[in-house]
Every structure is written in C-alpha cells, then in structure tokens.
Design a protein around this ligand. Structure first.
Ligand code: XIL
Length: 383
C-alpha cells in the first residue's frame, strides 16, 4: 500500500472525526451539557476569560497548516525572536521592524492579542552592540532610545511587554550582563536599580502597556523565585511601574512528582498575585527524552500531558494568572531539539504533522473546565 493511500485514509478519518465533533457540539448545545469535543483552545480560553497564546515565527506564516492552526487555536501571540535586539537592530542607528510588523498584521487579521518580548536581555543581542566597547553613558542612551522607539512603534498593538528578561541568576543575584555591569547602564553593583530604570523608561514610552518582568527557572518555590518575589514587592512598595511577572516554564523533565511540582507553582503564583501583580505563564513547554530518530515514548507523552494539565490548573486556580503561553505549538519548530543538542524534544501540544497530542487534550479539558468551579471550591472550603 502506497503512502498516498494511507494519507487518504488518514484524511478520511480526520474528516470523520470533525464531523463527529460538530455533531457532538450540536447535541451538547441541545442538551445543555458542557461537553463539546469540537471546541478549540481558543474558544475554551475565551470562555474561561483567559489568554492562551503561543510564540510564533513569521517566517512560517506562509505555511498553510501553521497559519490555520495558529489562527484557530490561540487568542494571543508573541514573536519568538522578532522583537529581540538581534532582530530589530541591524546596526547602531537603524531599526528593522519588518518581521515584527508581520506578526502584528497576522494577529490583527485574526483578532489575536500581541505580547512583546523582550526589551532588555543579556542574550540575543547583535554583535555590534556586544562588541562595541560602549561606555555606560552610551549604553544608557542606546537602551533608553531602544525602549522608547520600539514601544512607541507598537503602542496600541502590543498590550504587554517583557521589559526585562532573565536578569537574575540561580542564587537570585543580578546576572552579569552588558546592561548590568559589563559595563552596564550606570548602576553596576547597585542590585536591581538598572531593572528599575528600564521599567521607568518603559512606562514613559507607552503608558498603556502592561509591564512584565520575565524569568526562567523561578516557577516554583525556591531561591530564585524568592528573589523575584522580593524584587517585585520592593518595586510595588516604592511605586516602580510594574504590572506583572512572567514565569517562563520551560519544563526539562517529566520524571518528577508532578502534583507536588505544580502545587508549588500554584503557591508561587498565589504569593505574586497577593502583592498586586498579574502573572503570565510565558514560555511553557514540557520536553521529554527523544531517541536518535527524534521519537518520544508514549509513556512520557502521557506524563507530559499530566504536567501541562497541572500547569494550566495552577494558573486557573489563581485569579491573578491571566495568560498562558506555549513556546511554539508544533514539535516541527520547537527550539528544544537544538537547545538540548538532540536529546530532548516533542515538547509542545501538536506533533510535527500538526495533529493534537495527549498534551493538547489535557489542556483543552482543563481550559474547558474554566475558573469558576475552582473559585467556588476555594471559597467554600471548610478550612
Ligand atoms: C529562544 C528562541 O526560542 C530561539 O529561537 C532563539 O534562537 C533563542 O531564544 N528564554 C527566553 C526566550 O526568554 O527568548 C528564548 O527563546 C528561550 C529561553
């Protein structure tokens, strides 16, 4: 039997699935039951009153399946790289907004919200900047100019920005970087003062945009998340303009106690919400080991689904958690394979053929269950 044949058969099966799904929805409507298997992530997220997004690369927009799944399943997007310094700044004097503008165009065509990432980061900076031997004064002007130009260019289009990304190390101390102390913008050895300066510039540049601090590996409870919490609390108390914390959530292993891990994530979200900032889960992916041909085991894909479920639940349990975003949506284009030198992969909700995985179904179920029932539980809980 040739490939063509099995392809046709698959297409046939898929068609059958969607027909059944639509029928299921109609029946669900008639009987007022809440189970509707034809629902998309986007529809479920809209109903739950939450943003569900993905990182995107505009170079794939002309791929039909990429574009159609994206428009169908997500109500938020964030350029994976197109808003970074390396992409926006070909040289010291110019700005190249073309790739970023493509994302904006796609999003507007499909009524999708746009999140911005990122204005200040020690990585993904262009060589002319990193090797330019600029003085602190020059760097300060360069950064101020960058934040103002980029935020003004996208004002009214980008509703939230990761102003500063990954500024703290695993001990919770400011990381060495061109912006902090190499040579920095004038606040070297002054703790989080340079971060504060970036937020102040950002608020001036676009007073409407929500301003986020985005961090990696500080999702659960520990030294790093304690440091993020302390910094944000200090900022809030002193009136430094900050609206939210982004928890990246690149999960590197599923061989952990998933319930305990996601409970700690929920507790961290709760304490951040309690100081009056929103939380966005910004770069969620759950990678699993893959063999030399790139295949993951079925058991791991099931654990992966459980992890996704736990993270979505942790967000929905907390009113302050207003967006969940995955770092890409198809395993065809995830950054994990190259990042892990081929040892891990298959980290996302759709496989390389754009078919939904167990992780997709888990997320859809959790989103469909919505927030209300969870609040009710916490309100009526006897203790
Ligand atoms: C990654 C992108 O996915 C890659 O395409 C790029 O080559 C390197 O950066 N934390 C972040 C993201 O904040 O910007 C990173 O994105 C992944 C880790």
């Amino acid at each position: 039997m040739g490939h063509g044949h099995s392809f046709q058969k698959q297409a046939h099966l898929r068609q059958g699935f969607w027909r059944l799904a639509v029928l299921g929805c109609v029946l669900a409507l008639i009987t007022r039951s809440s189970i509707c298997i034809g629902q998309t992530l986007r529809e479920a997220a809209d109903k739950a009153g939450i943003l569900f997004g993905t990182a995107v690369r505009p170079s794939h927009f002309d791929e039909k399946r990429y574009a159609s799944v994206l428009a169908r399943e997500f109500n938020m997007v964030e350029p994976e790289d197109a808003f970074k310094w390396r992409a926006l700044r070909p040289d010291r004097r110019s700005y190249d907004f073309r790739a970023g503008d493509e994302v904006v165009r796609f999003a507007q065509q499909h009524q999708i919200k746009i999140r911005g990432h990122c204005l200040v980061w020690g990585r993904d900076n262009p060589d002319w900047l990193v090797r330019g031997n600029f003085s602190s004064r020059q760097l300060s002007r360069l950064l101020h100019d960058h934040i103002s130009r980029v935020m003004k260019h996208y004002a009214g289009q980008v509703f939230a920005w990761d102003v500063v990304n990954e500024a703290l190390d695993e001990k919770g101390k400011p990381r060495d970087s061109i912006w902090y102390n190499q040579p920095g913008i004038g606040f070297a050895a002054k703790g989080t003062a340079y971060i504060e300066q970036a937020f102040r510039w950002a608020r001036k540049a676009d007073p409407q945009a929500l301003l986020f601090y985005n961090e990696a590996e500080g999702e659960d409870l520990g030294r790093k998340s304690d440091a993020v919490y302390a910094m944000v609390k200090d900022f809030k108390q002193r009136g430094v303009p900050i609206d939210g914390v982004g928890l990246q959530m690149h999960i590197p292993s599923v061989d952990v106690d998933i319930d305990a891990e996601t409970a700690a994530i929920s507790a961290n979200i709760a304490r951040l919400s309690a100081i009056g900032v929103q939380v966005h889960i910004t770069e969620l992916d759950v990678s699993v080991p893959v063999d030399s041909s790139g295949m993951a085991s079925a058991g791991d894909l099931q654990k992966q689904a459980d992890f996704y479920r736990g993270v979505v639940r942790a967000c929905l349990q907390n009113r302050g958690c207003s967006a969940i975003q995955t770092w890409g949506f198809t395993d065809k284009y995830s950054w994990i394979r190259s990042h892990s030198r081929g040892t891990r992969g298959d980290a996302l909700l759709f496989d390389r053929e754009y078919e939904p995985k167990p992780s997709y179904k888990a997320v859809l179920q959790e989103l469909s269950a919505g927030r209300v029932s969870r609040y009710a539980n916490s309100v009526h809980s006897p203790n």
